[in-house]
Design a protein around this ligand. Sequence first.
Ligand code: 13P
Ligand code: SF4
Length: 323
Amino acid sequence: MALSLIHTDPEAARPMIAEIQRLKRERNAVILAHNYQYGEIQDIADFTGDSLGLSQKAASTDAEVIVFCGVHFMAETAAILSPQKTVLLPDLDAGCSLADSITAEQLRHWKAEHPNAAVVSYVNTTAAIKAESDYCCTSGNAERVIRAIPEDQEILFLPDMFLGSYLRHVTGRPMHIWSGECHVHAAITPTMVEQMRAANPDDDFLIHPECGCVSSTLYYLARGRISAENTHILSTEGMINHTGRNNASKFVVATEIGVLHRMRKAHPEKSFQPIDESILCRYMKMITLDKVLRSLEQNQHVVTVAPEIAERARVAIERMIAL
Ligand code: 13P
Ligand code: SF4
């Protein structure tokens, strides 16, 4: 298991890491990494976190260059928040199946059908979608964003249907929900959850709200078939924080396996197992040490957002950060 959290052989990694550190100082660069990155990428990063934490860091850093070890929409968000900085994405093919599930054209049609609705977009969307949105949110603050919208206003939530139905449940707000999904989290099925619960009844169970199993988990929780006491629906950062605060020593983690790296590093005395070892985002895993090195050496690949799109998208992102 530990092997799939690491991509580069430690011997081969050493000189690359030294060169990355040197270039980072020379170029006044900062490396930001998402919690789903390979272990060695998380280890060289100046900051590792969830989507919300990464946008906050991108907005506040003094560095001239941001090397974004994540996926394309995250680098776009950094470029929108820090237009005067150079934002580099080490592999331009690092996309997101969830962000690809809605186009700006489709969103404009949907808005035309509900002209008075507030549009809330999960952060996993393109800059063009954010520009058409009133609010942006992440899994860490989505509930707060929904609660901040006046009770009598209609809501269009996109693009993740599992996060949307989870929010509808916890806030009690009726919402129109786009039927997009992330291929990684949709693969986490109710059967997987039930089997793991049966095999590990005393473990703490950490579930990402994008998971395909969330609706059914909520259903089972409500009916007492799953113990609410040790089941927690959290963002990636929320999961990591939870393992530190909690007295529990054994955890089952239902999200992309990269998040186990920080958990195991911070709490070697505790046990963390993935819901399934195959839960892996191939886009997140496109970022490797050699690509990070090339990115700093050759200034590639610069991610920019057209000013007219960035200006409108920034309003939705800043509302999210402010909340
Ligand atoms: P968070 O890091 O916000 O929990 O989101 C997970 C994710 O799927 C990012 O692509
Ligand atoms: Fe997109 Fe899913 Fe990968 Fe996150 S895990 S980047 S939502 S495809």
